[in-house]
Design a protein around this ligand. Structure first.
Ligand SMILES: [Zn+2]
Length: 557
């Protein structure tokens, strides 16, 4: 059994597959696993469904969707997704909040959207790509002149090469002889040994003077392949929206699950909860939707210690060059739900206690931050830094290989700290699920009208926080079907058995009531006049695409 996995390392695909199926087998009635498609190389794309089926099938309850690892190297996200599954199935029956969440809601978790790319990252001879391993946009770019990253000294790691170079831009740190720092803008100190830094790899068609950095031969970014503002300014977005089988499978899986009310994609790094829009300021979005996002974000901050941000407002280096086609934007714009992108892990904050600038993605760490991370790493994860070791490079001559294990220290949480890093995020998922709308029947009555005639009343309420349509965006785009109540078991007279009852507000709507004057925006009373002999039992089935199903049995007496 692999179910004793302790979330302290990254599982290869076969192990992940076994873990999912073993965990499902150990929790019948609570968890199932299915494939929502095949990756470029033919691996199944797993989706786990977790709900208490004794209170209804998964698609009769509002649901929260979590996926991970669209981006290959961001393997901490996959661990968080597996931990969420574990948190739910192990908490059911012992933790009241989780039990309630699984009784009334469904979770869909796709822990490895991009199994091919992750398998390359975790291989004994690793290769790091942004996402898919499908060659793009060229089929022959592995022959492009220049540096191609690879583990050339056979230690299973892709590190850095420092190449002695009299005009190089790096020198040894005066504070720590194993670290490298940039030479000051006005020149190197007298006598400094200078280096050029390159990622470990080999040079195709070396010319003895220049080292071009060609785009990776597999240049896709599958988080730009969603049909949301697709391809406007970004590289790696693919041939057309949903051109990649992984994203096509993901989008179809979400669209087919019409009960989904929330979306969260797990990535690394930054220690932040990101939300749409990636392409527009908040002032261009629905004000109420921004309000809800900020409310959800407050709770996310409280539970996880991460900060919440609009990608456009806080994370865009150049507002003229925005990143379209991302999953969370698609979830909001097309599926009409609150999307989040969680960026796990911030080693600078871990080391310094301070949140680096949100532009760290573009400008990299300062020398001071890098030194702090180094000192922290020597104490907590010394495996994250390698000694500079001489190596006879086939094209560059004598170099040294070493430095940061960037992927497993900067971009991901070291194994010993993984569980602590991902643990709080499971509760944020539970919180988001419990905010969803939920249909319940709170009142039933049959009133005798004389003869065999009866008036049947069913009082329906949305007992969740969000309205049944979830977002204003979804409401305005008319993508959520109305509530339907349908009576059976007696002849309906003067009306229709099936009634469409529109949308219901949630407790959120009452927050905007003027003063303390709620009204009942979350309720509707459905009535029918029926004919049937006394003692007959009629059934009313209540169904909402997002807010779930409920059934009432009403005796005519
Ligand atoms: Zn990512």
């Amino acid at each position: 059994m692999t179910t004793d996995y302790a979330f302290d390392r990254f599982l290869r695909y076969d192990e992940l597959t076994s873990w999912l199926h073993d965990t499902a087998a150990a929790h019948p009635g609570l968890m199932t696993v299915e494939s929502c498609g095949k990756s470029h190389l033919g691996r199944d794309l797993w989706v786990a469904t977790i709900t208490d089926t004794s209170t209804g099938a998964h698609d009769t309850k509002p649901a929260h969707w979590v996926d991970a690892n669209i981006h290959a190297i961001e393997v901490t996200g996959g661990v968080a997704a597996l931990h969420l599954i574990h948190h739910l199935v192990s908490g059911f029956g012992t933790d009241d909040r989780i039990t309630e969440a699984l009784r009334t809601r469904t979770f869909y978790v796709a822990p490895r959207v991009n199994p091919d790319g992750v398998e390359w990252v975790l291989a004994d001879d690793p290769q790091f790509r942004r996402s898919s391993v499908r060659p793009w946009p060229w089929s022959d770019a592995h022959r492009a002149p220049g540096l191609h990253e690879r583990d050339i000294d056979g230690n299973g790691k892709i590190l850095s090469m420092r190449v002695p170079d009299p005009t190089g831009t790096w020198m040894v740190s005066p504070d720590e002889p194993r670290l490298m720092v940039r030479i000051p803008a006005d020149g190197a100190p007298a006598g400094a040994q200078r280096y050029r830094m390159l990622y470990e790899g080999e040079i195709v068609e070396p010319d003895g003077f220049t080292v071009p950095l060609p785009s990776p031969p597999e240049g896709l970014d599958m988080n730009r392949n969603f049909p949301a503002g697709w391809g406007t300014t970004v590289h790696g977005s693919g041939d057309h929206p949903l051109s990649e089988p992984e994203i096509d499978g993901l989008v179809r899986a979400i669209v087919a699950r019409r009960n989904i009310c929330g979306y969260n994609a797990y990535h690394t790094s930054g220690g932040v909860l990101l939300r749409p829009s990636s392409v527009e300021p908040d002032s261009k979005l629905e004000p109420l939707d921004v309000f809800v996002w900020k409310e959800l974000g407050k709770k996310g901050r409280e539970l996880t210690g991460y900060t919440d941000h609009s990608v456009f407002e806080d994370f865009t280096f150049d507002p003229r060059e925005t990143m379209s086609g991302a999953g969370d934007d698609w979830a909001y714009e097309h599926a009409g739900v609150y999307g989040w992108t969680t960026e796990f892990w911030d080693v600078i904050q871990k080391a310094t206690g301070e949140k680096p600038s949100t532009h760290i993605w573009y400008v990299g760490p300062t020398d001071e931050q890098e030194l702090a991370v180094y000192r922290w790493a020597m104490e907590h994860a010394p495996e994250g830094y390698y000694d500079w070791t001489p190596f006879q490079h086939p094209q560059l001559g004598p170099v040294e290989i070493g430095g940061w294990d960037e992927v497993f220290l900067w971009a991901n949480t070291p194994g010993s700290l993984l569980l602590d890093e991902v643990r709080p995020h499971a509760e944020f998922a539970v919180y988001q699920a419990l905010c969803s709308p939920r249909i319940e029947v709170l009142h039933t009555r049959a009133v005798a009208l004389g003869g065999d005639s009866w008036r049947v009343e069913v009082g329906i309420a949305n007992t969740g926080w969000l309205p049944t349509y979830v977002t204003v965006k979804a409401s305005k785009n008319k993508i959520v079907l109305p509530l339907v109540a349908e009576l059976s078991g007696a002849t309906v007279v003067g009306g229709h058995a099936r009634q469409e009852l529109g949308q219901l507000g949630g407790r959120l709507d009452m927050r905007f009531a003027y003063g303390k004057n709620d009204g009942t925006p979350e309720r509707v009373l459905a009535t029918w006049v029926v004919q049937a002999p006394a003692g007959t039992e009629v059934t009313v089935s209540v169904r909402h695409q997002r807010a779930g199903h409920a059934t009432a049995h009403i005796p005519l007496a």
